[in-house]
Write a protein that binds this ligand. Structure first.
Ligand SMILES: Nc1ncnc2c1ncn2[C@@H]1O[C@H](COP(=O)(O)OP(=O)(O)OP(=O)(O)O)[C@@H](O)[C@H]1O
Ligand SMILES: [Mg+2]
Length: 430
């Protein structure tokens, strides 16, 4: 047996899907990156003898078995009742190899010609893999698969002849072969930073009003998954200081029980004085770190990071607040693709061209709510004449509206309401 040989078994659809870099290629890349030698039946010349025996021999000559399984069962072994892919799995089980199984997630849209018209056989195989008590992961993209395979390999225990510090290297994996200790790969590898599950800032104390907006978003969450399978995105827009971030965070706190897997907040700094807006690539680096991706293995390009992010968020009941977005292009790469996620974006600009987004435009609070908020913040004003309080609050709203004309990032669309008519108010507002 050669040390560090990994048998990569796969169904035929995975050799051509996705287009560009296939899932099989991604798994082979991960094996190579882990410093091991991939072994795959595809690379062998036609075998004149018994193909099933040869297959068993090749699998048994390796130290680790990796399966990448999609939705085709594949060609049957002559004279047997199983496909070659399942035969390889049986051979790995019989040889006592650590078996790492990666199933294409059911939410991924495969072209019809890559799936079995009669799915019973492949479904049965997938079920047997799930029930075999192995480490099974699902994946939705080649980048996600590569990372999963790499981490699974990196986490396997090795003997003293391996290289414990510098990644898996070409170490010997014999210890885990018969002991079943490969269950350790369910724990994150040592190099993976701790993931962040909840990063919402605290809710605003004494949050006031916004009942209609809260009702709208809560109703959309109730309907989630019943629409067209798209991720729920709400864009809270309005002038500076009107309460966009406070509303997004308040809603996030109210709905957090619906999104138990993860609640993340990221400030994209579109309008932070003295600071450039955070580029989507940088934001993705932070988000991927939050879901446990080691910075050393981040894809370099924006597209690869977006793919990996969507892969990691697939099926997660997660809530994401993207605060202070500059434009639709700023947030589009950060959107998960899973309809189990809720995304709340805040922006001073109108993001009308963000596909599938529901706009939630905010104006200043209505007078009664604004006065209630003011009195909560300044309780001693409760003894002042009611008219004076009303005028003060009205003036604050006017000031907020009209000062926003002077701030960068504001467009006429963010200036609801007329210019104050009273000359005294105009003077004070400016
Ligand atoms: N509904 C509310 N109830 C109580 N306080 C609020 C409410 N809305 C906003 N505030 C408070 O008003 C201040 C400004 O709100 P916020 O920061 O949310 O504005 P914003 O629209 O996000 O501004 P910017 O465009 O500068 O990001 C904050 O101190 C916030 O806590
Ligand atoms: Mg804000």
């Amino acid at each position: 047996m050669k040390a560090g040989q990994v048998f990569v078994s796969h169904t035929s659809d995975m050799a051509v899907f996705p287009q560009g870099r296939s899932s099989v290629q991604a798994a082979l890349d991960a094996v190579a990156r882990a410093g091991m030698a991939p072994v795959e039946m595809r690379y062998f010349a036609a075998w004149d003898g018994q193909p099933a025996d040869y297959c068993r021999q090749r699998v048994g000559g390796c130290e680790i078995y990796v399966a990448v399984v999609g939705f085709r069962y594949g060609s049957m072994v002559p004279g047997e009742t199983v496909s070659f892919t399942e035969l390889e799995f049986k051979a790995a089980s019989a040889a006592g190899l650590p078996r790492l199984v990666f199933l294409l997630d059911e939410t991924v849209d495969l072209p019809p010609d890559l799936t079995d018209a009669e799915p019973a056989a492949v479904e049965g195989f997938r079920q047997r893999l799930r029930e075999a008590g192995l480490i099974v992961r699902t994946f939705t993209s080649d980048a996600g698969l590569e990372l999963e395979v790499f981490h699974a390999l990196a986490a396997l225990p090795r003997t003293a002849s391996g290289d414990p510090a510098g990644g898996p290297g070409a170490g010997h994996f014999g210890e885990s072969r018969h002991s079943g200790t490969f269950t350790q790969i369910s724990q994150p590898p040592q190099s993976t930073p701790l993931a962040v599950r909840y990063s919402l800032p605290p809710d605003t104390a004494g949050f006031t009003g916004r009942d209609e907006e809260l009702r709208l978003i809560a109703a959309a969450v109730t309907d989630a998954g019943e629409a067209d399978g798209a991720v729920a995105i709400h864009v809270i827009g309005g002038m500076p200081g009107v309460g966009k971030s406070a509303l997004a965070v308040h809603i996030a706190h109210q709905l957090q029980g619906r999104f138990p897997d993860r609640q993340l907040f990221i400030d994209l700094h579109a309008h932070t004085p003295g600071q450039d807006p955070m580029p989507p690539k940088t934001a993705l680096a932070g988000l991927l770190a939050a879901v446990g991706v080691d910075a050393r293995y981040l894809p370099k390009g924006l597209e690869g990071r977006t793919d990996l992010w969507r892969d990691r968020m697939a099926g997660q009941r997660a809530l994401l607040v993207l605060d202070n977005a500059a434009s639709s292009a700023h947030v589009a790469p950060l959107l998960p693709a899973s309809d189990s996620c809720l995304v709340l974006v805040t922006s001073r600009r109108h993001l009308g061209d963000l596909p599938g987004a529901v706009p939630i435009p905010l104006d200043v609070l209505p007078p009664d709510q604004a006065q209630a908020m003011f009195l909560r913040l300044a309780p001693r004003a409760a003894t002042a004449p009611a008219l004076a309080v009303a005028e003060l609050v009205q003036l604050a709203g006017d000031t907020c509206r009209w000062r926003s004309r002077c701030l960068p990032g504001c467009t006429p669309g963010t200036l609801p309401g007329p210019w104050p008519t009273s000359p005294a108010r105009q003077e004070r507002a400016c």
